[in-house]
Design a binder for this molecule. Sequence first.
Ligand code: 5CA
Length: 436
Amino acid sequence: MRLSHYFLPTLKENPAEAQIASHRLMLRAGMVRQGAAGIYTWLPLGLRVLKKIEQIVREEQDRAGAIEVLMPTIQSADLWQESGRYEDYGKEMLRITDRHGRESLYGPTNEELITDIFRREVHSYKDLPKNLYHIQWKFRDEIRPRFGVMRGREFLMKDAYSFDLTAEDGVNSYNAMFVAYLRTFARLGLKAIPMRADTGPIGGDLSHEFLIIADTGESEVFFDKEFLTMEAPVDTPDSDAGLQKIVDTWTKPYAATEEMHDADKAAGAGELVSGRGIEVGHIFFFGDKYSKPMKASVQGPDGKPTNVQMGSYGIGVSRLVGGIIEASHDENGIIWPESVAPYKVGLMNLGAKSEDCTAACDTLYAELQAAGIEVLYDDTKDGAGAKFANMDLIGLPWQIALGPRGLKNGAVELKNRATGEKTEVATADIVKQLAA
Ligand code: 5CA
């Protein structure tokens, strides 16, 4: 993409309304703009990151055997009356009345709707287990939307719903999602800690939150200090063996944390430290909480109708954009893990006034594209200082600078955004090096 053709409204100054780094940087890097309290437009750069996160979440759900559907944002109030949650959910639910006076709502979550679909279509235990998920916008009329996309009113969530015949099978489905979450967050370059959690308005008695540690998090957590020294799995090779190693490492200190999840025990345990966490995922097993009142049953092996055992599994896809920035930035801007970076490479023409330099940059841009490398090409007439600052702000993993001096030497300057390391690379070799 040529920057001169793009829509990237970056800001030089810190916006006054932003209290935390991710909110500030998302506004400054031209990723989002607020439409109304807690409701955002995703601008091109932000949208690319959102889509990449969504795709990693999708791949790991698919890998775990979940099947994608797409449910609507607007739901009928009837189903929520059946489950008993219509009144219980309270003011967070945005209620809508249509022209015929029918009560509807903008879905804050989808247990009722998916249970309705399931009970209409599935009638035999032979069709179990099933896990259906979708990635769809939700609305919760949060009393204090804040921190940009971290606590929005409209937000993108992946929610999966499992259906099993027995509680034992249901817990197996729960565990499969647990592992899928560890893999997902590892691929996103995050250290996400699973913690025992309250079930809140979703209900049930087995639940884990997945938290990333950041000072700006909203939950207080106690965790094994081994987590702090563990290497963040940035740029994890997307291989089964590589990911399995991460899952294994994480389940070890996780087991220790699990033992001591309540504060009483945590207070006596020297190895535990306290910190603040951002909840990026939450999983629940709640048995027949919805299947019973909504009569979602299948015929069991004994021929008798049996209420299905259900769980639900959420990931805050739009919250993750902010969460990843909280976990990975410096004073100059964002540092994207390669897996979710909006572009892998930023190419800067530092001699935009010279025809030769522009021709060389144009050629390099075409070669990078031909090699399938995602590249944002700063072909504008801005000065070098402004170009460097902008690239650091938007946080692409690799920066290539080509100016008149490099042109003479047949070399470009390659900078690694995460380490700051700069190297001279022969122009002839750069595409091969970045494609590797
Ligand atoms: N039905 C269950 C699981 S599918 C559910 O709704 N769980 S939840 O309430 O915990 O939400 C799932 C995830 O959505 C949370 O872990 C969080 O990452 C994200 N989320 C929840 N509320 C917001 C919000 N106001 N803004 C941004 N993300 C949110």
